[in-house]
Design a protein around this ligand. Structure first.
Ligand SMILES: [Zn+2]
Length: 448
């Protein structure tokens, strides 16, 4: 064996936990799991010291570049649309270097919060090759990355929200989508990079982009992603421009398919939930972002009971301002119980959403989101202080989310430790942070 993690409370998958368990890794995959005394020999052994070990968490919705404008003072108290229109002119200054640096920082932060696979919804393209820069960062780190080719075509001149400086022509978007898929999408087992198509939202792209993206997804067998039913302003806008509700439009453009997962899904009607659940659409709930922006949030357990797979997302760094999937899981738990009562949701439900739910969103649950033998060796040894855990002796999974804060003590992606003792191992990080600070100040027009 290449690596053995022993003496753990091992959460293998929904309904399968091994107290005092071990997990053996060989050739970047989970080889076997078991209980104390039967461990195989391994080149390296990590003693988990009785702590919780889970599958790596999966981030189903993010905008990594937004960490360049975290907690940007002029818009912190705006509505979603005010916040967006205040930030678009800043994001118009993105270039390859700033996107590379922001992606590097975002992935490092995600690893420190126990996330081993993330999507990124990259929908601002003032310059070409920005997603190429993201793949450069992912490869340097060794992070499992599901990129999405986002897009915007409707500027204010066409009745949309963004300024002309951050939108693109339809044909340019479609050609770049094909280019990225052919260059980076690896449909094979154990892939470290995949690509999905992700027009930003119904109110920022034309109908043709929605329709053609769905067609391209069929041709190349890709996932489809967008924001849906995030804000009441969206209902009004859709009614005025398309003469229907957002979900009706989503169906009209051919997106109600098992390929699609949508971010937020806060304001669907009962009938719309039934229709999209029947179609196999998955949802990414973003609890912290939703609460920070002061709108509603999806009813995670309600949607699950209706048959929808629901994952969690930390959303753009400029709305949530953190990248910890542990914090998202904890907030999902609080929000679920606040909404539906104490019997409605457990820590295991939140963990299941952050693992299996995220994997379902990415169409990847054969290999990630669990630690069954044969799965990708993506896992986390959770670290909490002895003070925080004092008195928590009866249920390590509930303690993980109820006590806290928890950080990733060790994060392993594809059998390779990328965080140890709570610290990221990437040696380039100090230089990356210095470069990030430079670009964040440039983009925020802070001089001196
Ligand atoms: Zn978003």
């Amino acid at each position: 064996m290449d690596l053995l993690v022993r003496n753990a409370h091992l959460y293998v998958d929904r309904g399968w936990e091994i107290p005092g368990g071990w997990l053996a890794i060989k050739d970047r995959r989970v080889h076997s799991v078991g209980t104390g005394g039967s461990e195989p020999a391994a080149t390296r052994v990590i003693d988990a010291k009785g702590r919780l070990v889970t599958p790596g968490l999966i981030n189903a919705h993010h905008h990594m570049y937004q960490n360049l404008t975290r907690s940007y003072a002029p818009v912190t108290n705006g509505t979603l649309f005010q916040w967006l229109t205040g930030l678009y002119p800043l994001w118009a200054q993105l270039d390859e270097e700033s996107v590379y640096l922001s992606t590097y920082v975002a992935m490092t932060e995600l690893l420190m919060g126990g996330c081993t696979t993330s999507m990124d919804h990259m929908y601002v393209h003032p310059k070409p090759f920005l997603i190429d820069a993201q793949f450069r960062a992912a490869r340097e780190i060794g992070f499992r990355f599901h990129a999405t080719r986002g897009s915007m075509t409707r500027s204010v001149d066409d009745g949309g929200l963004p300024p002309a400086s951050v939108v693109q022509a339809e044909d340019e978007i479609l050609a770049d989508s094909v280019r990225l898929v052919e260059a980076y999408h690896d449909a094979g087992p154990g892939a470290m990079g995949r690509v999905a198509l992700a027009p930003c939202s119904l109110f920022s792209v034309t109908e043709r982009i929605m329709v053609e993206s769905a067609k391209l997804a069929e041709v190349y067998d890709l996932r489809l992603h967008t924001h849906l039913a995030e804000d009441h302003d969206e209902d009004t806008w859709c009614q005025e421009v398309y003469g229907c509700r957002p979900v009706e439009y989503f169906e009209r453009v051919g997106w109600a398919t098992p390929r699609s997962w949508v971010a937020h899904f806060i304001y669907p009607s009962e009938d719309e939930i039934t229709r999209l659940a029947h179609a196999g659409v998955c949802v990414a709930q973003c609890p912290c972002s939703n609460m920070m922006i002061g709108g509603g949030s999806a009813d995670l357990m309600g949607l699950r009971h209706r048959g929808m797979a629901v994952g969690l997302g930390c959303d753009g760094s400029a709305s949530t301002d953190h990248g910890s999937m542990w914090l998202e899981a904890r907030t999902a738990l609080l929000l679920g119980r606040y909404r539906n009562g104490p019997a409605s949701m457990s820590a295991r439900d939140a963990l299941d959403a952050a693992t299996r739910g995220g994997a379902a969103c990415l169409g990847w649950d054969d290999e990630i989101g669990h630690l069954r033998p044969g799965a990708c060796a993506d896992l986390v040894l959770w670290q909490m202080s002895d003070v925080a855990l004092a008195g928590a002796h009866s249920d390590p999974v509930e303690a993980w989310l109820r006590c806290g804060p928890a950080v990733a003590g060790t994060t392993i992606v594809g059998g390779v430790p990328l965080v140890e003792h709570g610290q990221p191992l990437m040696r380039a990080l100090p230089d990356v942070l210095a470069g990030h600070a430079h670009h964040a100040r440039r983009i925020q027009m802070l001089h001196g």
